[in-house]
Design a protein around this ligand. Structure first.
Ligand code: FBP
Length: 262
């Protein structure tokens, strides 16, 4: 078993990280999120490479056909569409071994914390995490509190619970939603302990400044970085917003300094 340090190292630069997520074609459907340009996975691979991302997240089908090795790969091992109604669940669709054969250095798995089916996702993630350990791959948990039991999925209590669940379940990193302010997100980072915290991007923010402020808040709260999709590849200039994000994540620049440059 490789050490925890080794498993996430490939996705880090000076201890920080910026990951590009592109599994929304399955999660939301092509007509919800995509336009004529970003519907093409080759375009996303290009943004990942030229935008200075430390990792790219694909489902296995996209990885098989479009991943070209320029950026470390994370393969999502479960997924669902937006079509079923009721309590959310997401079953495993790809094995750790197969992800590794595609070149993955990490595997991702979504857990809908609080769902009626939470225990099934815990069990699946549990065996994935152990198999990932055997292969030396990072196990990254998307922990999204969701379902009838969840009133507010961005409250301090719920987001920190998601972060802690990731630590308790053995995730090397947790992808969690931003709480809205630095201090409450800092509590979630504390709760995650040695599990690295990535802020999840979310739907395209109303303004670029608003999104950058969220990222700055997460970084100042101690997050390792950002795992972002729509706020980058739906942007009119994906490489420009990527550069702004890099300045905040890796150079500790303020939002004002980054905005002034634009
Ligand atoms: P975004 O930055 O576009 O929100 O991507 C992050 C992500 O976790 C994706 O990996 C995933 O497809 C999506 O969000 C899930 O969104 P939802 O909150 O609708 O389940």
């Amino acid at each position: 078993m490789k050490s925890e340090h080794n498993r996430m190292e490939v996705f880090l630069k000076n201890g920080r990280s910026m990951l590009l997520a592109y599994d929304q074609g399955l999660e939301h459907g092509p007509s919800t999120d995509f336009d004529q340009t970003n519907i093409d996975p080759a375009h996303i691979m290009e943004i990942a490479a030229r935008g200075g991302f430390n990792g790219v997240v694909f489902q296995k089908g996209v990885a098989e056909k479009y991943y070209d090795g320029r950026v470390p790969l994370i393969v999502k091992l479960n997924g669902k569409t937006s079509l079923p109604k009721g309590e959310p669940t997401s079953k495993q669709t790809c094995s750790v071994k197969y992800a590794e054969s595609l070149g993955a250095k990490g595997v991702g798995y979504t857990i809908y914390l609080g769902s009626q089916f939470e225990s099934e996702m815990f069990a699946e993630f549990g065996s994935i995490q152990e198999q990932a350990r055997d292969c030396g791959l990072a196990a990254i948990a998307w922990v999204y509190p969701r379902g009838a039991a969840i009133q507010n999925d961005t409250s301090k209590e719920i987001v920190s619970y998601a972060a802690r669940a990731a630590l308790e379940l053995g995730a090397d990193a947790a992808k969690i939603k931003y709480t809205g302010d630095r201090d409450s997100f800092a509590w979630a980072v504390r709760a995650a302990g040695k599990t690295k915290v990535f802020m999840s991007g979310g739907p395209k923010a109303p303004t670029e400044e608003a999104f950058l402020a969220q990222v700055k808040g997460a970084i100042d709260a101690g997050a390792t970085g950002l795992a972002v999709g729509r706020n980058v590849w739906q942007h009119r200039e994906p490489l420009a917003i990527s550069e702004s994000l890099r300045k905040i994540i890796f150079e500790n620049k303020t939002v004002e300094a980054v905005m002034a440059r634009l």
